[in-house]
Design a protein around this ligand. Structure first.
Ligand code: MRU
Length: 346
């Protein structure tokens, strides 16, 4: 199978992304030619998923700076800060975006004394390395996490934490892949993930490509499947993990964690260290993005709600640490209480 490449750098053209809004109907690549296009692609979900957003952010500032012509160091600093601001205002919840920008700021600070052209080269090379590093990290998460997966089981996952949401391979889906590659007999149930349908459109598409058995269920079916003994564990990705282990992930994740606990089913999070935010004490400090109402009331551009009725659309929720049985990272599996382990890790 040809590996899914959600994002890559092209020296001639710019940043190439697989437009996730068009999947699975169409595999269409977009070329992002400046920082505004990158910020817009993040905002409108053409590229999405915390690690992929981080990579896009890093590539975005590298591209923006490459295109600029600062006359001196001061001007270079102002331009770079401006580029970082444009990107950090695109989406608020995924920690990886801010982590990637912090990395790029370090590189910028270390290279500026060596001249503007050298700074441009260093930023581009750092952004490309971030992508390579994310791929390695995902494989390590997969390797570490697959020991939690029984020899034969049914796994419920939510949203998309696969190749598309990362540099490739995936976090939660990476664990499923690693277990599958180790010869385990796995069936995956994937929540459709209203309102944007990342589960039905993206995760189902990825799993089908990998020939891993997958069945789509609507979000409201999860409890009933658990009650019937048809789910052995729940495995999700994360957008931000606070210092105490509280985890922001796609809206609906919290409900699954409660359902899992009620049915005594393990609930696991798979996330890279770049998603962990030790500066934020607990879930109350995590900003939850509120997205446009249209995502809820419209399907395929057609409104189904009565005219004039408002809709709420928080894109993420917080699963409290006490509902999480383990957090799988590239450096090993963490068990509760998470605070000490997360602090050490970061
Ligand atoms: O709004 P999205 O599609 O960017 O949300 C993505 C998720 O919630 C994913 O589960 C999360 O980013 C983990 S991706 C490895």
């Amino acid at each position: 199978m040809e590996e899914i490449k959600p994002i890559f750098w092209d020296d001639e053209k710019g940043i190439i992304i697989l437009d996730q809004r068009a999947l699975p109907r169409e595999e269409k690549y977009l070329t992002l030619k400046n920082i505004e296009e990158v910020a817009e692609a993040i905002r409108n979900l053409a590229i999405r998923g915390a690690p992929a957003i981080g990579i896009a952010a890093a590539m975005g500032v590298a591209l923006g700076f490459k295109m600029s012509s600062p006359k001196n160091k001061k001007e270079a600093e102002n331009i770079f800060q401006h580029l970082c601001r444009i990107i950090t205002q695109s989406r608020p919840t995924a920690r990886n975006l801010f982590w990637a920008i912090e990395r790029m700021k370090e590189i910028f600070g270390q290279s500026l004394d060596r001249g503007i052209e050298e700074t441009k080269r260093s930023l581009i090379s750092a952004a490309k390395s971030l992508l390579e590093e994310d791929l390695r990290v995902n494989r390590a998460i997969g390797e570490n996490g697959q020991i939690l997966i029984p020899q034969e089981c049914a796994i419920l996952t939510h949203c998309n934490a696969g190749a598309l949401a990362t540099g490739g391979y995936g976090t939660a889906i990476g664990v499923i892949r690693a277990a599958w590659e180790a010869g385990k007999k796995i069936r995956v149930l994937v929540d459709e993930t209203r309102p944007v349908l990342q589960g039905m459109r993206l995760t189902a598409w990825e799993l089908q490509k990998l020939a891993i058995p997958v069945v789509i269920i609507t979000d409201s079916m999860a409890g009933w499947f658990m009650a019937q003994g048809k789910i052995d564990l729940v495995l999700c990705g994360a957008d931000r993990v606070a210092r105490n282990g509280d985890t922001a992930n796609k809206i609906g994740t919290y409900s699954l964690a409660i359902l899992a606990r009620a049915h005594r089913i393990p609930f696991y999070i798979a996330a890279p260290i770049s998603t962990i935010d030790v500066e934020t004490k607990d879930g109350r400090g995590i900003e939850i993005e509120e997205r446009p109402e249209e995502e809820v009331v419209e399907i395929g551009g057609k409104r189904y709600a009565p005219p004039g009725v408002r809709a709420a659309n928080p894109a993420f929720d917080i699963t409290p640490a006490h509902l999480i049985d383990a957090i799988i990272t590239e450096r090993g599996i963490l068990y509760p209480p998470f605070e000490d382990a997360l602090n050490k890790l970061c």
